[in-house]
Structures are given as structure tokens and as C-alpha cells.
Design a protein around this ligand. Structure first.
Ligand SMILES: *[C@@H]1O[C@H](CO)[C@@H](O)[C@H](O)[C@H]1NC(C)=O
Ligand SMILES: *[C@@H]1O[C@H](CO)[C@@H](O)[C@H](O)[C@H]1NC(C)=O
Length: 213
């Protein structure tokens, strides 16, 4: 009959004591200062907080900020600036880099150093900028213009429909024209004219202005 109300009373009391103890033990000095320098009162309160010797025992158990800050932490891996690669079963962390066209990414060999860029070897090319990834893109063979009928080698890159680029152009000296080396067009010009890259014909010499008197 008295069981339930008595239990609720005990629980309420426990929670109350618990809250007082926790609330005071977290910031005991502030709470104590509000009581002024009344020593007997202070000691009495400390004992009510913790009979084992006051709030300072609890404080000593809390982690101290200055201690955790001074501890040496291993550098945090940052995916935006670093890349992990496996080499001979061991993990190597490299700083990412971006390499301009004509070069490729050279993965770092020493742990926690940066990737570098190296120029393409002769006969190879890299048309685009590349970035450090787990696997690096290597320079590729410069396509031979022999594989594209009607083209000749040239210094600059020409783009095919679809984006493929190569240092080949349609050979106007051989009656082929256009800007897409994968799709050269055939044109023939009249005698005394030369075929232009844009498939127009241009007189070899300016027509003489004949004047008659
Ligand atoms: C490289 O350093 C990382 C920590 O930064 C370490 O986990 C890894 O084992 C090291 N790898 C080598 C090959 O020393
Ligand atoms: C074709 O190219 C020549 C120069 O090579 C230029 O004079 C001419 O205007 C161009 N024609 C067209 C239609 O673009």
C-alpha cells in the first residue's frame, strides 16, 4: 500500500542529490565563491558534496585541457591534399599535385613527401593537365600521322570530332583539306591555285592588272 509512493519519494530524492552533486562538482569553485570567504560554511559544503575530501578529488579525475593539447598527435590524413598508395604491401602517403600538359605525375617515394611532375619522354605526350590519384596517367605515344590517310605532321595539335587530338593536319599539298585530321576532305583546285586548310582555293600569284592604252 505504501510501496509506490515511498519508492517515488526515494527516487526523487536520489535524483535531486545526484543533480546537486554533479552540478556542484563540475564547477565547485564558482559555487563556493558565491558563499564568500565564510570558511566553516565552505568546508561544510565541500563535505556535503563529497565526504571523501571535497570537490578537488573529482576535479583531479576530469581530463585536463592543457595535457591533451600538448600530446603529440600523428598528422591527420587529408584526402583533399593527400593520396594513399600501396607499394610493396606498405602504405605510402603523398601530397597531391597537379601537372601541366606535357608532363605526368611522378608518385612520391618517401612517405609524406609530395608528388612531383616529370616531362614526357621523347615520342610521348600528355595533352591534358593531370592530377595525383591512386593510379597516375602516363604519357602516351604521339600518334603517327601515317595512321590517318591524307595527313601530315604538324607542330600544333588538331582535334578530331569526338575530342581526340593529334599533331597531324590534312595535307593540302596532297589535295586534302579541313581542320579535322580524322575526316579530311578531298578538293581539287584549278591550275595556278593552291588549296587552303579551310578548303578554299587561292591563286598562287596575284592576278596581274593588265592595263591597256
Ligand atoms: C607512412 O606513414 C603512415 C603514417 O603517416 C604510416 O601509417 C605508414 O605505415 C607509413 N608507410 C611507410 C612505408 O613507412
Ligand atoms: C580560308 O582561309 C584563307 C587563308 O588561308 C582566308 O583568306 C579565307 O578568307 C578563308 N575563307 C573562309 C571561307 O574562311
Amino acid at each position: 500500500m505504501y510501496g509506490l509512493p515511498a519508492l517515488i519519494q526515494v527516487l526523487t530524492f536520489s535524483v535531486l542529490i545526484c543533480c546537486i552533486r554533479h552540478g556542484l562538482s563540475l564547477e565547485p569553485d564558482d559555487k563556493l565563491q558565491t558563499l564568500g570567504n565564510d570558511e566553516p560554511n565552505k568546508r561544510q559544503l565541500e563535505q556535503s558534496i563529497n565526504p571523501l575530501g571535497g570537490s578537488r578529488v573529482l576535479l583531479a579525475l576530469l581530463p585536463r585541457d592543457d595535457e591533451s593539447d600538448s600530446k603529440e598527435q600523428p598528422p591527420q590524413f587529408d584526402y583533399a591534399y593527400q593520396i594513399k598508395r600501396e607499394k610493396d604491401g606498405r602504405m605510402i602517403i603523398c601530397g597531391r599535385t597537379t601537372c601541366p600538359p606535357g608532363t605526368e605525375v611522378n608518385p612520391c617515394k618517401i612517405n609524406n613527401s609530395d608528388d612531383t611532375c616529370i616531362g614526357c619522354p621523347p615520342g610521348k605526350q600528355m595533352l591534358d593537365q593531370t592530377r595525383s590519384e591512386a593510379y597516375v596517367l602516363h604519357c602516351v605515344d604521339i600518334p603517327s600521322c601515317h595512321n590517318w590517310p591524307g595527313t601530315v605532321e604538324t607542330a600544333e595539335n588538331h582535334k578530331c570530332t569526338g575530342g581526340f587530338r593529334m599533331r597531324c593536319r590534312c595535307n593540302t599539298e596532297d589535295g586534302k583539306c579541313g581542320y579535322d585530321p580524322c575526316h579530311c576532305m578531298k578538293r581539287s583546285c584549278a591550275e595556278g591555285e593552291s588549296l587552303q586548310q579551310n578548303c578554299t582555293c587561292k591563286p598562287l600569284v596575284e592576278p596581274e592588272v593588265t592595263t591597256r592604252r
